[in-house]
Design a binder for this molecule. Structure first.
Ligand code: C2O
Length: 537
């Protein structure tokens, strides 16, 4: 094991897309940002220097951060932001994890352009549990707005209405070769994967989009899923991969077509009536020896509202659960929680609309504190948060019917867990306003997805069908529109851990809360003291 040092200079850079140029916030002038490479067991030290006018923080999405919550990154949750002109060294060790994760800004909407891949290789000499691919590539899916992204959300917050959707989807930062940005000009550039016939490639696919769940396809090729969220899965073949913001999926692509050019495509999974198809992002698979002028084999995206394709995909995900990589599903449960997730409408005297769209968990719209919660917890500062987050919905809903009460409560309420206690959490979509698939992300833990269904969760009936043998293990899971998802995890990581919808607009509206996990008995069960350069508020 060794130390990996990185320096992230956060700077503005002019980027041209869709026939226009605008300055965006980047890391080291790269968009998407640099890939962070390390091996399981390594210590990673990233010095982040803030050269822009925004407050900043960076989250290492999916990294467990065992006892190092100070390096997790969500602003005002585990740290105060890095102010303009300041820097902070994120220092953490990669314990028991290998695979594809990613990093992104965790403040305002900066993650639209401040993001990149994390590739954790297995320990030296440890093979993948599948044949070693000939080569591999990072494939980051994203979104592009023609206007300034911070202006988009600020406008929305002023009016109280929903923000504008993006103008294009992107693959590795580009809308792709098939996108026309005006009637005359083709879009600039795009990603090409060069392949040799007969060889197998591993794509490390990351959905970094702010607000869009996406399908990923490659024309003429079947894809084999081998890993999600840096946990190995039982390999399975599919033509479309469903991937929600926050999630990562490793796919094997066998170049079995001999020659030619084939399109890669990322298109919207539209299960929400307000989602707008802002075009399919494309990239190219190019067999070596194929002439540049030869025709491209196109792919048809799954139909809109392709709920059946989506459900088949998620139902096929199973953890590998081998001798070497056992699924340690908690069987005895200490905390049985039931959280509703959904939207609401609250009065707003300062909004031009007179009311504003909000989002909530158990009818509580989370209010961001002005001091970091982890500091308040560690130093026992009172008045920053309460620990009375409801373990069950305070209002009785027919979760899939028309709601009687659209108004939510507000508060900085946390739920307290004892060290090493076990949690079962059922997340139920309330279908308030519009039913939408909510990709819920939990910081600090992986969890097992033990069940999923449509309609209202029925504890007696549905818990009998839970998969406690080989459920998929991940850090971000879709709660189906008008349905529920049940997860289990062990609270073996002391600190304050954020949980939120990874659709950025829903996070902004309040679909978030945090767990506080107490220290255990020994020093190995306790949070480490804060680093000396931890930013202050
Ligand atoms: Cu990738 Cu709290 O987020």
């Amino acid at each position: 094991c060794r130390d990996r040092h990185y320096k992230f200079n956060v700077v503005l850079k002019n980027i041209s897309r869709l026939c226009g140029t605008k300055p965006i916030v980047t890391v080291n002038k790269q968009f998407p940002g640099p890939t962070l490479y390390a091996r399981e067991g390594d210590r990673v030290l990233v010095k982040v220097v803030n050269h822009v006018k925004y407050n900043l923080s960076i989250h290492w999405h999916g990294i467990r951060q065992l006892r190092t919550g100070w390096a997790d990154g969500p602003a005002y949750i585990t740290q105060c932001p890095i102010q303009p002109g300041q820097s902070y060294v994120y220092n953490f060790t990669l314990t028991g994890q290998r695979g594809t994760l990613w990093w992104h800004a965790h403040i305002l909407w900066l993650r639209a352009t401040v993001h990149g891949a994390i590739v954790i290789l297995p320990k030296l000499g440890v093979p993948y549990p599948f044949p070693k691919p000939h080569n591999e590539a990072v494939v980051i899916l994203g979104e592009w707005w023609k206007s300034d992204v911070e202006a988009v959300i600020n406008e929305a917050l002023k009016s109280g209405l929903a923000p504008n959707v993006s103008d294009a989807h992107t693959i590795n930062g580009h809308p792709g070769p098939l996108t026309k940005c005006s009637s005359k000009s083709p879009a600039q550039g795009g990603f090409t994967l060069q392949v040799e016939a007969g060889k197998t490639y591993m794509l490390r696919v990351i959905n970094a989009a702010l607000n869009e769940e996406l399908f990923f396809k490659v024309a003429g090729h079947e894809l084999t899923v081998v890993e999600v969220d840096a946990t190995y899965t039982k390999p399975f073949k599919t033509s479309s991969v469903l991937i929600a913001p926050g999630q990562t999926t490793n796919i094997l692509l066998k170049a079995d077509q001999g020659s030619g050019k084939y399109l890669m495509a990322a298109s919207t999974f539209m299960d929400s009536p307000i989602a707008i198809d802002n075009a399919t992002a494309t990239a190219m698979v190019h067999y070596s020896g194929t002439l540049g002028t030869s025709a491209v084999t196109l792919t048809k995206p799954p139909p809109k509202n392709a709920t059946r394709v989506a459900n088949n995909f998620t139902a096929s995900l199973r953890s590998l659960n081998s001798k070497k990589y056992p699924a340690k599903v908690p069987l005895k449960i200490d905390h049985s929680l039931f959280f509703t997730v959904g939207l609401g409408i609250n009065p707003c005297s300062t909004c031009s609309n007179g009311s504003r769209v909000v989002a909530a968990i158990n009818n509580v719209s989370f209010v961001m504190p002005t001091t970091a919660l982890l500091q308040a917890h560690y130093f026992n500062i009172s008045g920053v948060f309460t620990t009375d987050f409801p373990g069950n919905p305070p209002i009785k809903f027919n979760y899939t019917g028309t709601p009687k009460n659209l108004q939510t409560m507000t508060g900085t309420r946390l739920y307290r867990l004892a060290y090493n206690s076990t949690v079962q959490l059922v997340l139920q979509d309330t279908g308030v306003i519009t039913p939408e698939n909510h990709p819920v992300h939990l910081h600090g833990f992986n969890f097992f997805v033990v069940g999923k269904g449509l309609g209202n969760f029925n504890s007696n009936k549905d818990s009998k069908n839970f998969n406690l043998v080989d459920p998929v293990e991940r850090n971000t899971v879709g709660v189906p529109s008008g349905g529920w998802t049940a997860i289990r995890f062990r609270a073996d990581n002391p600190g304050v851990w954020f949980m939120h919808c990874h659709l950025e607009v829903h996070t902004t509206w309040g679909l978030k809360m945090a767990f506080v996990v107490n220290n255990g008995k020994g020093p190995k069960e306790s949070l480490l003291p804060p680093p000396s350069d931890l930013p202050t508020c």
